[in-house]
Design a protein around this ligand. Sequence first.
Ligand SMILES: Nc1ncnc2c1ncn2[C@@H]1O[C@H](COP(=O)(O)OP(=O)(O)O)[C@@H](O)[C@H]1O
Ligand SMILES: O=c1ccn([C@@H]2O[C@H](COP(=O)(O)O)[C@@H](O)[C@H]2O)c(=O)[nH]1
Length: 206
Amino acid sequence: MKNVIVIGVSGGSASGKTTVANRIKEEYKDSVELLSHDFYYLPHDDLPISERVKLNYDHPNAFDTGKLINDIKQLKQLNAIERPVYSYTEHTRLAETVKVNPAKVIIVEGFMIFENTELRELMDIKIFVDTDADERLMRRIIRDVNERGRTLESVITQYANTVKPMHELFVEPYKKYADIIIPRGGMNDIAIDLLIHRIKAILAED
Ligand SMILES: Nc1ncnc2c1ncn2[C@@H]1O[C@H](COP(=O)(O)OP(=O)(O)O)[C@@H](O)[C@H]1O
Ligand SMILES: O=c1ccn([C@@H]2O[C@H](COP(=O)(O)O)[C@@H](O)[C@H]2O)c(=O)[nH]1
């Protein structure tokens, strides 16, 4: 393995970033490792859950982005890392960590990953998954109620108070840094096929 390739996948909440990243991973299995910016949410064990639910999770200060940057640099130097594990239902970091081995392709996924210049500059290919806000809100309601322990009312309140305004400040303006914009999200087969071919060419160069 000569050079490690870092692919950034950004896009609004519930746009389909994880779906796109997983489809690439399925194709290349052990040649690809996934890191989510969300793994690096700061822990809030000092606060009771009743306070944790009220925090703004859509602001750059909610993340330990420095640790993510450091972990990517380690993987680029072919060193394994221990990444944090985050619980959306508990709104905090769990005690365990997960070992991530170096791989030829590292996919970094997160709604705010293009906002940080140092993080952005570590990426060789930048992808923005562009899905309409109403579609994203519908997907988020279904996902957060079914998988993240939320009520319909709490999803809508959080969306109006923080998710939407922070998206307009920290996500949408950074779309201009993307090399590739994928409309509609994770089921855009043509866009995903093109990406998979590009990655195949990169892997063949090594
Ligand atoms: N094209 C699609 N059509 C319908 N639902 C989708 C589509 N792509 C993703 N989803 C669903 O929307 C939710 C958010 O997708 P996900 O890939 O996790 O987005 P993100 O990582 O951007 O938050 C998930 O429940 C997923 O199953
Ligand atoms: O404790 C938390 C941490 C995050 N969130 C919300 O999650 C989304 C990001 O996840 P996506 O998979 O990109 O949708 C973010 O918008 C936060 O609001 C949370 O609710 N609680």
